[in-house]
Write a new protein. Structure first.
Length: 502
């Protein structure tokens, strides 16, 4: 009896303690408001001083982990300490893609409105999987997708879906192509059905996402056929036709062709109308990869790149590359979007009550169930800049890249390695390889120039190979990059070339 009474007393004491203690809950509003102001000041200071930072670190692998505790925190830490560690460890350990001297890849179009758009979407924290789970997210996505459709001049029959990247977009597009070429593939798969081996054709300059999609869809990496490019690094349509005829004769089934508008290395544009004609002749799916170059269609002087788009079954465009939306934001357009929904719609019982409305349920248009409210940031940015504002910024990029073309042509030690179509330029130091080796430079002198510049932290370039030769590559996209920044980068390239080549 005594033990029972003691247990009852302990329970009563524990209950009283729990009643006296406040539940942990969230950050108190007044503290959260203070932290928001601290963060706003930190963001503004970071942006203001970004140009003074190293573009890229020169640390050894593991340096970031070594600078931080290896054991996870047991108790809460002050926000000020966390912010201080971002300054101490994270910022110095980053490649700053938004730095005005970051000239690699395709640049990165970070803007003030872009940052505000990201901040505004975070507290809403909705799941845009169905209309009912967030009507505003669903309808705003439909709206911004249609805004871009109008800017691109696509037909009203093209519907779109927002994904994270073009790599995910092409996988979905080719899944529809696979379903139409092998009906019931979504239900029965490809094996044991006496189906032919399917072939996909794309340029030797196209992105590796084509192979990755083929791997994911069970089509096989080897069934992606790389078509030789011409002297301007565009798909050679004559070679494409020859390859298709060969494959048909060997009992392969041509499934799709992927034409690129703005290739990764040179930003070249494949001859889409001629490729479209070949696809019609062989009843193949035509996918246009406009991930980088497609955004330039908002400029009147670039409308020529949209020729043949009306014949495409699918088109992907990445506003996070050229239309000033922060990563990640990619739109896949499909002619008759219902073709995409038929492949991916699958409603489990626990969601059936949330899928009865007539509006789109975007979870039906891809493999993702949970979906971020990405449309909000695009809507805010495009309203803040307008088409005219974005066009002006793209035109400035073209003006700057044409200046760099002139500077390169004026220095006889260098040569352009590819035509300049968009704000991407490939060039190389020209010289006698044996003389360069005697001077102590690596055989691949252009690679060494890029490595030395990137290691210096003063600028960041990339390199690629064209026709077996390594070339330096600069891509513009950052609104913070000015003519002065570009001239400084060019003078740095010249100085490093002097040092490397002797």
């Amino acid at each position: 009896m005594l033990i029972v009474l003691q247990c009852a007393a302990h329970r009563a004491a524990a209950t009283k303690t729990m009643q006296d203690r406040q539940p942990p809950g969230d950050t108190p509003p007044e503290v959260f408001r203070k932290q928001l102001h601290q963060l706003a000041d930190w963001i503004a200071d970071f942006r203001e001083g970004l140009g003074n930072l190293r573009v890229a670190p020169n640390d050894k692998p593991g340096a970031i982990r070594a600078a931080l505790p290896s054991q996870p925190p047991e108790n809460a830490e002050p926000f000020e300490n966390i912010l201080a560690d971002i300054d101490r460890v994270i910022v110095p350990g980053m490649v700053h893609w938004s730095h005005p001297m970051f000239l690699g890849y395709f640049g990165w179009p970070q803007t003030g409105p872009g940052i505000l758009g990201e901040i505004a979407s975070a507290p809403l924290n909705v799941n845009a999987m169905t209309w009912r789970t967030s009507p505003a997210a669903t309808e705003l996505e439909t709206l911004v997708v249609d805004w871009l459709r109008q800017w691109m001049g696509l037909s009203e029959g093209c519907g779109g879906v927002v994904y994270d990247t073009a790599s995910v977009g092409i996988m979905h597009a080719l899944a529809v192509a696979r379903e139409e070429a092998a009906p019931s593939a979504r239900k029965l798969g490809l094996t044991g059905r006496s189906l032919p081996r399917f072939r996909i054709y794309t340029s030797d300059q196209a992105h590796s996402s084509v192979e990755k999609a083929a791997i994911a869809l069970g089509l096989g990496e080897e069934n992606v056929q790389r078509v030789p490019s011409d002297t301007e690094f565009r798909m050679n349509v004559s070679a494409l036709r020859t390859m298709i005829e060969r494959d048909v004769g060997e009992k392969f089934k041509p499934l799709a062709a992927v034409a690129t508008v703005g290739t990764t290395s040179t930003a070249s544009v494949d001859p889409v109308p001629e490729i479209a004609k070949t696809c019609r002749e062989h009843k193949m799916w035509l996918h246009v990869d406009g991930a980088y170059g497609g955004g330039f269609a908002i400029l009147p002087e670039f409308k020529w790149i949209t020729k043949g788009w009306s014949e495409a079954d699918s088109i992907v465009i990445n506003p996070h590359k050229t239309l000033f939306v922060p990563l990640d934001f990619s739109i896949l357009y499909v002619r008759d979007l219902e073709r995409l929904r038929r492949v991916f719609t699958l409603v489990p019982e626990y969601l059936r009550g949330d899928t009865i409305e007539a509006e789109k349920n975007y979870m039906d248009y891809g493999i993702q169930l949970g979906r971020r409210f990405r449309a909000l940031k695009a809507w805010m940015i495009w309203r803040s800049l307008g088409r005219a504002g974005m066009a002006a910024r793209l035109q400035e990029q073209m003006r700057l890249i044409n200046h760099l073309v002139d500077w390169i042509k004026a220095d006889k030690r260098f040569e352009l390695a590819a035509p300049v179509v968009m704000p991407v330029i490939c060039f190389r130091l020209v010289g006698d390889d044996e003389a360069l080796r005697v001077s102590g430079a690596k055989a691949d002198v252009n690679s060494e120039i890029v490595e030395r510049i990137n290691t210096s932290g003063k600028a960041y370039l990339t390199q690629t190979k064209l026709r077996g030769r390594t070339v330096m590559r600069i891509g513009l996209g950052n609104v913070l990059t000015t003519e002065e920044h570009l001239r400084t980068a060019w003078e740095l390239i010249q100085a490093v070339a002097n040092d490397v080549a002797g």
